[in-house]
Ligand binder design. Structure first.
Ligand code: ADP
Length: 348
């Protein structure tokens, strides 16, 4: 089921937790909303679930108009499953009873409840744990019970609010794989929120980067990383440096930029003009160069990052500093010739 928001606004006093948010989630997407704490992610999820009335805009779930002017469809009538950060399992019930609960309260036939519950427990590989109480499970297993319960409801749309945030790092990675599998098996349209970009990149078919109540960019993880729409997105996703440069020549979706008197070819959006610009340079775009077009740099700071050294290299020709990776240790003050292999000229 698709999820469509158009110009959704949610106010808390004078603060807009959601400020004119529009987004489209397609059927079967694993759509991740990524952003720093307090940017409005939970509010967005709660608005879709029907837990927050809107102050403006519309929400459609599939063909159903569920929120808009004088319209607020109750959460239970929206057919969305929600998995929260806290597992919200009933402690006195067994794993199986927890999973069966929404079906049983929906007054489904007993044989149906039994079959469906067993199938969902099988999906999350908890059949052997069906009789246990939540207190006798690990964090990851509890999260799987919550997922199975969500699956049992048969919701075609699943909303997840940082479901892995409380897990140990090693368990998180394992659960990420399970979530991806869960998504592939259930085919449910999934909207997942997190502040962890690594998690977002690993899981998402599409990522929306949210900032201060607004969506800055909604794209595939690769587009977000390779082609950020502005400096904020570039700064939030991965490691990079923004350098001031001059566009000397435009060649379609590539430009020739001048940096400290040297020319480099860098990708960009079409339709850019000549003149001052900013280029995003990631460490993998910086080549340590002995020959050809080189920029002389002096290392300022070198940090071991496990497997490689991260260095801040100051370009002697213009005083700008660029982040690069070195395979070997080096000392501040060392001279290093570099060249640019790629990058991204920021639009606008
Ligand atoms: P996130 O999930 O990205 O951490 P939230 O959606 O929880 O962000 O919050 C967005 C903004 O709205 C924050 O500034 C938060 O303080 C504010 N906020 C959230 N819920 C309420 C509430 N019930 N009353 C007042 N302000 C709220």
């Amino acid at each position: 089921m698709t999820i469509r928001l158009s110009s959704v606004t949610k106010l808390y006093g004078s603060h807009a937790a959601l400020n004119d948010v529009s987004l489209s989630v397609e059927t079967g997407d694993f759509f991740v909303v990524l952003g720093p704490s307090g940017c409005g992610k939970s509010t967005l999820l709660r608005a879709i679930a029907g837990l927050e009335p809107l102050d403006g805009g519309d929400i459609h779930l599939g063909d159903a108009h569920v929120a808009g002017r004088h319209l607020h469809v109750a959460p239970e009538a929206r057919n969305v499953g929600v998995v929260f950060q806290s597992y919200a399992l009933w402690p006195h019930m067994s794993v199986k009873q927890n999973v069966a609960f929404p079906l049983a309260t929906a007054r489904r036939a007993r044989s149906y409840v039994e079959a469906r519950t067993n199938a969902c427990l099988e999906t999350v590989e908890l059949t052997a744990y069906a009789g246990r109480k939540p207190s006798d499970l690990s964090g990851g297993q509890r999260q799987r019970v919550a997922l199975a319960r969500c699956l049992a409801q048969g919701a075609q749309t699943v909303l997840m609010d940082e479901p892995l945030a409380n897990l140990d790092p090693h368990l998180r990675t394992a659960m990420e794989e399970e979530l991806a599998e869960f998504h592939a098996k259930s085919g449910a349209t999934t909207l997942f929120i997190t502040h962890d970009q690594r998690e977002a990149m690993a899981l998402a078919s599409k990522v929306a980067l949210m900032w201060d109540g607004k969506i800055l960019q909604a794209d595939t993880p690769q587009q977000l990383y390779d082609r950020p729409v502005n400096a904020k997105v570039a700064g939030f996703i991965g490691r990079s440096t923004l350098l001031s440069c001059d566009i000397a020549k435009v060649r379609g979706e590539k430009v020739l930029i001048m940096l400290a008197g040297e020319a480099f070819e860098v990708p960009c959006v079409g339709g850019m003009g000549e003149g001052p610009a900013r280029v995003m340079v990631r460490p993998e775009h910086v080549r340590i160069s002995g020959e050809g077009r080189s920029l002389m740099t002096v290392l300022e700071r070198v940090t071991y990052r496990g497997g490689y050294f991260e260095a801040h290299a100051r370009i002697t020709g213009n005083g700008q500093s660029v982040l690069c990776n070195l395979p070997h240790n080096a000392a501040p003050g060392d001279v290093l010739p570099i060249a640019l292999d790629g990058g991204w000229v920021l639009p606008g």
